[in-house]
Design a protein around this ligand. Structure first.
Ligand code: NAD
Length: 260
């Protein structure tokens, strides 16, 4: 039995195309299976929900991924909530978000899960540390703040900053571990961090520089160099770990099916 993911891509968003391609390529490279369901930009919400329904009841698939963003005429929340929680390998369904928040995760969203693996791999112990997260999205900022605060996982003291935060620098400068997940190119420079801080840069931003298109994170690498003790690079860093965790969640889903 091979873990098998159904990936749904709606429309022709170039960034989404790249994300889905990278994900399915990695599945194939490791001998796991993916089927890509490509749908036209103008598909109706009802048609998309019918496909999700079919994938939910198709025993072949252990995981379902709907690549975001969806076209404006489709209610993303409604679509994500339609995925049966036991196949929700992105961990976005309210049931899975709820399980995570009470410390009993089924599927941990892939990006924050990947960050926890990075910290573990490099022996960054969060216990008793102050973690400051910039960004409160349901897919990155909020779940990493929960993971870091859970007694069994991080046991850190956590501050969650967002667009309504007053004096962001005051908070970010307290961080032993700073998570930059605000989606603003090279926003965090040395003036935002304390000496010796460990920084996780989640941002993926495409910018034009010197007439060339370039991917940069939410952290200004040059500026924090020599002030931070460590920094995840962009590109690479958190991005590939997100894909690794999608593979892992799909494998967990497959194993769960065998056990149950
Ligand atoms: P989002 O737009 O949903 O959320 C951004 C958050 O940042 C919001 O909560 C907002 O309140 C906060 N914010 C924005 N500007 C701010 C400011 N000036 N000060 C304080 N808070 C501010 O974004 P997202 O989906 O969480 O993604 C964040 C970034 O991470 C993006 O660059 C995205 O491309 C990237 N991303 C990377 C991966 C990966 O695998 N590496 C995965 C998902 C997202």
């Amino acid at each position: 039995i091979t873990p098998w993911l159904a990936a749904v891509l709606v429309g022709n968003n170039p960034a989404s195309e790249i994300y889905v391609k990278n994900k399915t390529k990695k599945f194939e490279a490791l001998g796991l299976k993916t089927d890509l369901f490509r749908l036209n930009e103008d598909i109706s919400e009802q048609e998309l929900l019918s496909l999700i329904d079919k994938l939910n009841s198709d025993a072949e698939f252990h995981g379902i991924l709907v690549q975001l963003p969806l076209p404006k005429h489709i209610d993303s929340e409604k679509v994500l909530n339609a995925i049966v929680p036991t196949k929700d390998v992105d961990g976005f369904h309210p049931e899975n978000a709820g399980l995570l928040s009470i410390g009993k995760p089924r599927f941990i969203p892939c990006t924050p899960k990947g960050m926890m693996f990075i910290l573990k791999h490099f022996n960054v112990d969060l216990n008793g540390k102050h973690v400051v997260v910039i960004g409160r999205s349901n897919i990155v900022g909020r779940p990493i703040s929960i993971l870091a605060s859970l007694k069994e996982l991080g046991n850190a003291t956590v501050t969650l900053c967002h667009s309504g935060t007053k004096d962001l620098k005051y908070h970010s400068k307290q961080a032993d571990v700073l998570v930059a997940a605000l989606g603003s190119p090279e926003f965090v420079d040395a003036s935002y961090i304390k000496e010796g801080a460990c920084i996780l840069d989640v941002g993926i931003n495409r910018i034009e520089r010197d007439g060339k298109s370039k991917i940069v994170g939410d952290v200004n690498q040059e500026s924090v160099m020599g002030v931070a003790s460590s920094l995840t690079p962009v590109p690479k860093g958190v991005g590939p770990m997100t894909i690794a965790c999608l593979l892992r969640n799909t494998t967990i889903s497959c194993k769960n099916r065998l056990i149950n």
